[in-house]
Design a protein around this ligand. Structure first.
Ligand code: ZN
Ligand code: ZN
Length: 270
């Protein structure tokens, strides 16, 4: 088989490979293994069976999603900005119509993701728009074989004017959040898991591993707190949901509650 792109049918993680022996995201403790063995989809198979859509969830903020769901079913965020558009996280797959829509909106100047569960088809965005900056925190570089990181970083990286990446670790070693100081938003990766009913957030929690309900340690929670406490935000965006109900005070209250007791996964009611 020639070198090409394959998606894990279980989690949606893409690999640039000729015959993926397994999926590094599914073999990791933070995801479940498929019940019936490995199944990898070629890019053509995914293209033939999936489409998607984009919705402007707030002025200049677009959410790209893939239908039917592929893998974890994430959301790719696109911030349309005069200084150049920024994409954070990626949809599991972009149809040609979705890519055309991004081009009509001005393409992509800078591209980044919080951690492997948000990578989606980031490789498509790099291949199509060739943004000069593709930023991933250095501790997660081993998971980026489907695309090319041009801007690895340590603690922080200024991705674009008013947009700063902060390494938070915890859930994934190289997990990072993106703070938008102008719009007061925190793209929080999987620092927070938000449960929603019909688009309204009901509960928030923090985990090391969602499927197995493994809690974070106090040290990991304290580091989350230390990083986000100085940041001004009144909405969070995970790789899945937009949660305009969760601002800095709520996010800190979730962490403080978890820090006040022995480590255990608990959903904080809003
Ligand atoms: Zn997988
Ligand atoms: Zn995750």
């Amino acid at each position: 088989m020639p070198l090409s792109w394959f998606a894990c049918a279980n989690c949606g993680f893409w690999q640039h490979h000729f015959a993926p022996p397994d999926c590094p995201v599914c073999t990791d403790v933070r995801n479940d293994l498929p019940e019936d063995g490995w199944h990898f989809l070629s890019e053509d198979e995914v293209r033939e069976t999936h489409s998607g859509a984009a919705e402007e969830v707030a002025p200049g903020l677009w959410a790209f999603t893939t239908t039917p769901h592929l893998g974890l079913g994430g959301t790719g965020w696109l911030m349309v900005r005069e200084e150049g558009n920024v994409a954070f996280e990626a949809a599991p797959f972009y149809s040609q119509a979705m890519l055309d829509q991004i081009r009509e909106l001005g393409g992509i100047t800078a591209l980044a993701a919080s951690h492997a569960h948000g990578y989606g088809a980031l490789f498509q965005l790099q291949r199509e728009f060739e943004p000069p900056v593709v930023a991933i925190q250095k501790d997660d570089l081993q998971l980026t074989k489907a695309f090319r990181v041009t801007a690895p970083y340590d603690a922080t990286l200024d991705l674009a004017p008013g947009l700063t990446l902060h390494h938070v670790g915890g859930h994934y070693e190289g997990q990072a959040c993106l703070h938008d100081a102008t719009e007061k938003r925190l793209f929080c990766g999987d620092m927070f898991k938000v449960d929603q009913i019909e688009g309204r957030s009901t509960h928030v929690s923090s985990h090391k591993a969602f499927h197995k309900d493994i809690p974070l340690t106090h040290g990991e929670l304290a580091h989350y707190r230390e990083v986000i406490a100085p940041l001004d935000f009144d909405a969070v965006l995970t790789p899945f949901e937009y949660a305009p109900e969760i601002g800095r005070d709520t996010a800190l209250a979730v962490l403080d509650e978890a820090l006040s007791r022995p480590p255990q996964v608990r959903r904080y009611a809003l």
